[in-house]
Design a protein around this ligand. Structure first.
Ligand SMILES: *[C@@H]1O[C@H](CO)[C@@H](O)[C@H](O)[C@H]1NC(C)=O
Length: 214
């Protein structure tokens, strides 16, 4: 008892490393209460652990018997799983445990505002991914089925302003609620592991730092 309390304290202090829970080798996911008209048959992400920066291969097989999807509010909750503790990740620069009020304009806003300096490109990639399965309007979105096999998304390096999202094990829950009717349309829970590929510092900030030393 005392020993585990001490270990918990150490984990708080050390944050990562010795405290990290075991890496996942496969995406774990569950449907936590989507509308009966929406069925997720399969979701997979490879490689697992996800490596950033790097290519993420996304497989989604889902179908809908709904005629259309209208404006929704999307809420995301992210926790980092460590050996003893689940640490809630905050919403920083619109990334993390955030609520997005309007799914109609979300991808456009991401691209226009380029949250955290990375979300513009991710928004564009998601828009292109949806276009590849014929989804080009979002309100209403007419979706009968989505069948993506190993769709490649280029994941950026984690910017230092988001250092909360260092490597580790994460659990994320996303829920989407129809704005007009209040119905929960989608609820998806995923668990995944993220690893960072350490690269030599090459950005303009490194150059500036080097120059300022001379
Ligand atoms: C997608 O799921 C449906 C329903 O389970 C299935 O009939 C179909 O073969 C799946 N497609 C692929 C590519 O796995």
């Amino acid at each position: 008892m005392l020993r585990s309390a001490m270990a918990g304290l150490l984990c708080l202090l050390l944050w990562l490393g010795v405290c990290a829970a075991a890496d996942l080798t496969k995406l774990e996911w569950s449907d936590c209460g989507s509308d009966s008209g929406l069925t997720i048959h399969k979701i997979d992400i490879s490689p697992m652990p996800v490596v950033v920066p790097g290519d993420l291969h996304l497989t989604i097989n889902a179908s809908s018997t709904r005629k259309q999807l209208n404006q929704m509010k999307l809420s995301v909750h992210v926790k980092r799983d460590t050996f003893l503790l689940n640490i809630p990740i905050p919403c920083l620069f619109h990334v993390g445990s955030c609520t997005y009020d309007d799914t109609c304009t979300l991808l456009a806003t991401m691209q226009k505002e380029n949250w955290a300096g990375i979300m513009g490109d991710i928004g564009l990639q998601i828009q292109q991914m949806l276009a590849s399965v014929g989804i080009t309007t979002y309100c209403p979105a007419v979706v009968q089925s989505i069948d993506l096999q190993d769709y490649v998304l280029k994941m950026p390096a984690v910017p230092s302003i988001l250092s909360w999202f260092a490597e580790g094990n994460y659990e994320a829950t996303a829920t989407a609620v129809d704005t007009a009717t209040g119905e929960q349309m989608l609820c998806l829970n995923v668990k995944l592991t993220v690893k960072e590929k350490k690269e030599p510092c090459t950005g303009w900030l490194c150059g500036r730092r080097r120059r300022s030393q001379h």
